[in-house]
Design a protein around this ligand. Structure first.
Ligand SMILES: *[C@@H]1O[C@H](CO)[C@@H](O)[C@H](O)[C@H]1NC(C)=O
Ligand SMILES: *[C@@H]1O[C@H](CO)[C@@H](O)[C@H](O)[C@H]1NC(C)=O
Ligand SMILES: *[C@@H]1O[C@H](CO)[C@@H](O)[C@H](O)[C@H]1NC(C)=O
Ligand SMILES: *[C@@H]1O[C@H](CO)[C@@H](O)[C@H](O)[C@H]1NC(C)=O
Ligand SMILES: *[C@@H]1O[C@H](CO)[C@@H](O)[C@H](O)[C@H]1NC(C)=O
Ligand SMILES: [Ca+2]
Length: 526
């Protein structure tokens, strides 16, 4: 039978491309059944699904209308940008249209009339979906490429941003980075963030219009110059830490930091020729579906994987309800050529009847108890079905049993609590004097100092006497001539002779009193 399966999988339509089917109906000795494979959607033109935002407000030209010139024709400033006139407006959407007639349509910024203040603009592209880049990002600039710019990316829908690539005509001057080329990277540095001078030098605005983020050159490090050896790339994507994530984005941001200068210094007398104009931003990639989907559709304004393998979520990043008998895993490109689906399994299917709520991948049979039990429960769970929380954790009442966040750490204050366990609502058991859910507060009439101690003095009952002042409820600061826990005792009380001769005796008395006070104090603690 194994032989037959091997034969059948060999006959699959692999020629169509790698990893493009998720399952196939095959016939074996045991009858027909589904066979499952790692699968991914086709690469698409991602600019068709993007949301764009241009910052700061007012950076787009034409409001109010203004004239501009070009580097080729610096004294013929007859071009006009006017936001209220559709023929003369240059809104951001023109970076993503299709230019069927071959006439470039472009977004354009205001001119650099505020020089020497820098002319800064951010173009932020958001997909609200993780995308895996499969080809170069190509940005086309009309009227010259910026002399300094930066590409940033986000993996979490714009919450955090990371540099992706730096671009400058002089990397050292602009970013204090040596200039490098992606072509010169090696297998160990394929995901390095570098600064390149290849796309920033002046070569005439018509001649060199594009700025690239080189995805293909990076792939070629593993797959060879014509990307013929994709198997090697897929193997590397699976094994090299961080490599897959390097090509994954949810958002991209172009930070335009200095416009084209026409190959010379800024000419202050003609600032109308300095501005940014972007006619196209090409981003080619596929939806990231964790190798659990071969279709990705645009629904309700967002891309969405059509998940197979009984997974669900925007990226097929979790198991469907009732398919959580083992934890979710991404599919794998390996073993070649079909990969592993790592499908989610129905409760009760793969492991007899042992449900582990997705906190364990393994069950084991304990002979003398005659039970099947989950092994190595994760996410701080324990128990036969990973259905309890480990000691020191309590049940998250807003999470289902199969949620990764089902157990919350008790976080008991180490000094204030008896131990690090807590009850079902997260309350710790406090030592005397301590209070609060985590035992990090003191009851009234106690003060905190590495634990809670009863007040020595206060402003109500335990008043410092003879003009003494209470210091943080811990002790009385006595005026000269008085001593005792509450300054209740005159230094000269014991014998009227307060000169040096008897000082040994009286200080001995003070020590004794102190010991007494400490003991009294100590009893309060017990
Ligand atoms: C562009 O975005 C960066 C953060 O990525 C921010 O620090 C900067 O202020 C933005 N610039 C403009 C002009 O909005
Ligand atoms: C982003 O996508 C998620 C999942 O499809 C959706 O629920 C959410 O409304 C989307 N957010 C925006 C801002 O489009
Ligand atoms: C997913 O569940 C269905 C039953 O709802 C089953 O027929 C199918 O084989 C499962 N797929 C995988 C990949 O396990
Ligand atoms: C409890 O579970 C919910 C649902 O998963 C989660 O959003 C929340 O962060 C969890 N609470 C804690 C304290 O971990
Ligand atoms: C946990 O302890 C707190 C404080 O002692 C108490 O108020 C609460 O009712 C307890 N919760 C349970 C479920 O026992
Ligand atoms: Ca265009």
């Amino acid at each position: 039978m194994l032989y037959l399966v091997a034969l059948l999988s060999h006959c699959l339509p692999l020629a169509m491309g790698q990893y493009d089917i998720c399952k196939s109906w095959v016939t074996t000795d045991d009858g027909p059944s589904w066979e499952f494979y790692a699968c991914q959607p086709k690469a698409m033109r991602m600019k068709d699904y993007v949301t764009v935002r241009v910052d700061p407000a007012g950076i787009t030209c034409g409001d109010p209308p203004e004239r501009f010139c070009t580097h080729e024709n610096p004294y013929l400033c007859s071009d006009e940008c006017d936001a209220s006139n559709p023929d003369l407006a240059h809104p951001p959407k023109l970076m993503f249209d299709s230019e069927d007639e071959g006439l470039a349509t472009y977004w354009q910024s205001v001119t650099w009339r505020r020089y020497p203040e820098p002319l800064l603009a951010n173009i932020t592209l958001s997909w609200n979906k993780s995308i895996e880049l499969t080809d170069d990002i190509v940005i086309t600039f009309e009227y010259g490429r910026p002399t300094i710019m930066m590409l940033e990316k986000s993996l979490d829908n714009g919450r955090t941003w990371h540099p992706y690539q730096y671009y400058a005509d002089d990397c050292m001057e602009a970013f204090s980075m040596p200039a490098r080329r992606v072509r010169d990277l090696s297998t160990t540095s394929a995901n390095r963030v570098l600064c390149t001078e290849e796309y920033s030098r002046w070569a005439g605005s018509k001649k060199e219009k594009t700025v690239r983020f080189e995805v293909r050159d990076r792939f070629a490090i593993f797959a060879g110059p014509d990307l013929k050896n994709m198997d090697n790339l897929y193997t590397r994507l699976e094994s090299a830490k961080g490599l897959k994530d390097f090509f994954t984005v949810t958002d991209l941001r172009m930070r335009l930091l200095r416009p084209a200068l026409g190959g010379t210094y800024v000419q202050r007398e003609n600032l109308y020729k300095y501005f940014y104009a972007v006619s196209n931003i090409e981003v080619t990639g596929r939806c990231k579906c964790n190798l659990h989907a071969n279709l990705c559709t645009f629904k309700e304004g967002s891309l969405q994987c059509e998940c197979e393998h009984n997974t669900t979520g925007q990226d097929c990043g979790k198991c469907k309800k009732n398919f959580r008998s083992r934890s979710w895993r991404a599919g794998s490109y390996l073993p070649l050529p079909n990969g592993s689906p790592n499908a989610c399994a129905a409760a009760g299917s793969a492991f007899g009847n042992c449900e582990c709520y997705g906190h364990s991948n393994r069950c084991s049979y304990i002979d003398f108890l005659n039970v099947v039990t989950c092994v190595s429960c994760k996410h701080n769970t324990r128990g036969q079905h990973c259905q309890h929380c480990r000691l020191g954790f309590y049940r998250n009442s807003s999470a289902e049993l199969d949620d990764e966040n089902v157990c919350i750490e008790c976080n008991c204050n180490q000094i204030g609590s008896m131990h690090d366990r807590c009850n079902e609502t997260g309350y710790c058991e406090c030592k005397e004097g301590a209070t609060g859910p985590k035992c990090d507060d003191c009851l009234p009439n106690y003060y905190w100092r590495q634990g809670c101690f009863p007040n020595v003095c206060d402003d109500e009952l335990l008043l410092c006497q003879n003009g003494g002042t209470c210091y943080q409820n811990q002790r009385c600061i006595c005026p000269v001539g008085f001593k005792g826990v509450l300054c209740q005792q005159s230094r000269c009380e014991a014998d009227k002779d307060c000169d040096g001769a008897s000082s040994v005796r009286s200080s001995l008395g003070a020590v004794l009193l102190g010991v007494l006070a400490l003991q009294l104090h100590g009893w309060g603690d017990l």
